[in-house]
Design a protein around this ligand. Structure first.
Ligand SMILES: [Fe+2]
Ligand SMILES: [Fe+2]
Length: 412
C-alpha cells in the first residue's frame, strides 16, 4: 500500500517514518581566544583542538594584518598612511643601523659573503652618523628595540631558536629542479626575454638570501602575488574598454591565486620573514617595479606572461620541496601559525577551491594543518596547483577546467 493510501485509510504511518535521523553536531571552526599568558588554540571543522604557535614574529605582529587588530577597517587617506608608515619605518631604519639583529646566520656563498660584509660596513657607518645627528639634536633620541615580557621571551626564544636552525641550500633547489625536469622529459620552452628576468630573480634570491630561508620565502611570496595583480588590472581594463568581456571568470581565478599567495606571505610574516628593515625596503619596492614589468608582458603576450609565471611557480614549488626534504623532522615539532589555521581550517574556505583549476575533476583538497610541516607541505601543494593553472592558461584549456567545476565531486 502506498503511503498516501495508508493515510487516507487511517492507517498508522510505517515505523521508519517515526524514526529520526541521528543528531549530528558539527563543530564551528574558530580560534579560541587565549587568556593572558596562554597560547592560542584553534578548533577545526571536526571539533579537534589544535594548539597554535604561541608567538608571532612578524614586524606587523598584533595589528595591521589579516585576522588581527584593525582587520577589515577602511584605510586612512594616502597622505596620512604615507606619513604613519614613514614615521614607523624611519625608527626601524635607524634601529637597523644602531641595533642590528644578533641572530643572523652569515652566508656561505662568496658573493653573498661580500655583500654581507659590505652591508655591515655601510650600516655601521650610518649608525655612527645617526648617533652624531642625535647628539647634535638634529634627530630625536632613539629608543632601543622593546624587550618582551618574561613569558613571551621564553616562548619567543624557544621557537625562534628552532626556526633559526632551518636550512635551505641553493644547490638542493637546483637538484630538485633537475630531478623534476628529468622526470618531465625536458625543460619547458620559453623565449630568452622571458628566461632572463626569471634567472635574474632567482639569482638575486639565491645570493642575497643565502642561509636565510624564511626571509627568502617572504621575499618570494611578496613578489609571487604581483603578477596576479597585473593580470587582474589588465583584464579590468579590457572589460572597461569593451575589448574583452569573457575574462571575468579568469579574473576570479587570478584573485583566488593572489588570495592564496597572500596567506603564504602572512605565514612567512608570522615566522619573522619581514623582521629586517632592509628586506622590507627591497622586496616592497621591487614589487612595484615587477608589477609594471608584468603589465607590459601581459599587454604584449598573455601567453608569455603565463609562461613566465609558470617558471616562477615551478621555482617556488622546487624551493619548498628542497626545504621540506632538509627540515621535515624540525618542522614537525613546531605548531602552525594561527593565520595558517584560519586559512586551511576555516568553515568558509573562501576561494580555496577556486584557484585549483587543474584539479576540478577530483574531490577538493582539504589538507591537514597540525604542525609547521603540514603548513609547508600545503604551501608546496598550492604552488603545484598554480603551475597547473598557468599551463592551462597557456594552452587555453582553462575554459574546460572552469566548466569541469560544475560537476565536481564533494570534498573528501
Ligand atoms: Fe606562494
Ligand atoms: Fe604560487
Amino acid at each position: 500500500m502506498l503511503a498516501a493510501q495508508r493515510l487516507r485509510a487511517g492507517a498508522a504511518p510505517p515505523r521508519r517514518c517515526l524514526r529520526r535521523a541521528p543528531l549530528r553536531v558539527r563543530a564551528v571552526a574558530a580560534p579560541i581566544v587565549p587568556q593572558p599568558g596562554e597560547c592560542p588554540l584553534f578548533q577545526d571543522r571536526e571539533g579537534k583542538i589544535i594548539p597554535a604557535m604561541c608567538a608571532d614574529y612578524g614586524f606587523r605582529s598584533g595589528s595591521g594584518r589579516l585576522y588581527q587588530e584593525s582587520y577589515g577597517e577602511v584605510p586612512k587617506d594616502v597622505w596620512q598612511l604615507a606619513k604613519d608608515n614613514f614615521r614607523h619605518e624611519f625608527v626601524q631604519m635607524r634601529r637597523s643601523t644602531r641595533y642590528p639583529p644578533t641572530d643572523l646566520v652569515p652566508p656561505s656563498n662568496p658573493i653573498a659573503k661580500a655583500l654581507y660584509a659590505a652591508s655591515g660596513a655601510v650600516a655601521s657607518g650610518f649608525g655612527s652618523l645617526d648617533k652624531a645627528l642625535e647628539e647634535a639634536k638634529v634627530l630625536a633620541p632613539l629608543e632601543p628595540p622593546p624587550t618582551l615580557s618574561a613569558l613571551e621571551t621564553k616562548e619567543f626564544k624557544q621557537i625562534r631558536a628552532t626556526l633559526d636552525t632551518l636550512q635551505l641550500d641553493a644547490a638542493d633547489v637546483t637538484a630538485v629542479e633537475q630531478r623534476r625536469i628529468a622526470a618531465a622529459g625536458g625543460d619547458m620552452q620559453s623565449p630568452l626575454w622571458v628566461k632572463l628576468p626569471f634567472y635574474a630573480l632567482c639569482w638575486v634570491l639565491d645570493v642575497v638570501y643565502d642561509k636565510k630561508p624564511i626571509e627568502k620565502f617572504w621575499v618570494l611570496e611578496t613578489v609571487a602575488r604581483i603578477p596576479y595583480f597585473a593580470y587582474i588590472s589588465i583584464l579590468h581594463l579590457y572589460e572597461s574598454l569593451g575589448f574583452w568581456r569573457a575574462g571575468a571568470e579568469l579574473r576570479k581565478i587570478h584573485f583566488a591565486e593572489e588570495w592564496n599567495e597572500m596567506h603564504h606571505l602572512q605565514i612567512m610574516e608570522s615566522l619573522g620573514g619581514d623582521r629586517a628593515w632592509f628586506d622590507r625596503f627591497v622586496a616592497e619596492h621591487a614589487a612595484i617595479l615587477y608589477y609594471w614589468v608584468l603589465i607590459l608582458f601581459y599587454l604584449v603576450s598573455p601567453k608569455m606572461a603565463y609562461n613566465f609565471m609558470e617558471r616562477v611557480e615551478h621555482h617556488a614549488a622546487d624551493t619548498y620541496t628542497a626545504f621540506l626534504e632538509r627540515n621535515a623532522s624540525t618542522l614537525a615539532t613546531i605548531p602552525p601559525p594561527l593565520v595558517a589555521l584560519h586559512y586551511y581550517y576555516s568553515d568558509d574556505l573562501y576561494l580555496f577551491d577556486e584557484f585549483q583549476t587543474g584539479s576540478r575533476h577530483t574531490a577538493p583538497r582539504r589538507p591537514r594543518c597540525e604542525t609547521l610541516l603540514d603548513v609547508f607541505n600545503n604551501i608546496r601543494d598550492d604552488e603545484n596547483e598554480h603551475v597547473k593553472t598557468m599551463i592551462a592558461c597557456q594552452e587555453s584549456t582553462i575554459a574546460k577546467d572552469i566548466a569541469a567545476s560544475q560537476q565536481r565531486p564533494s570534498p573528501k
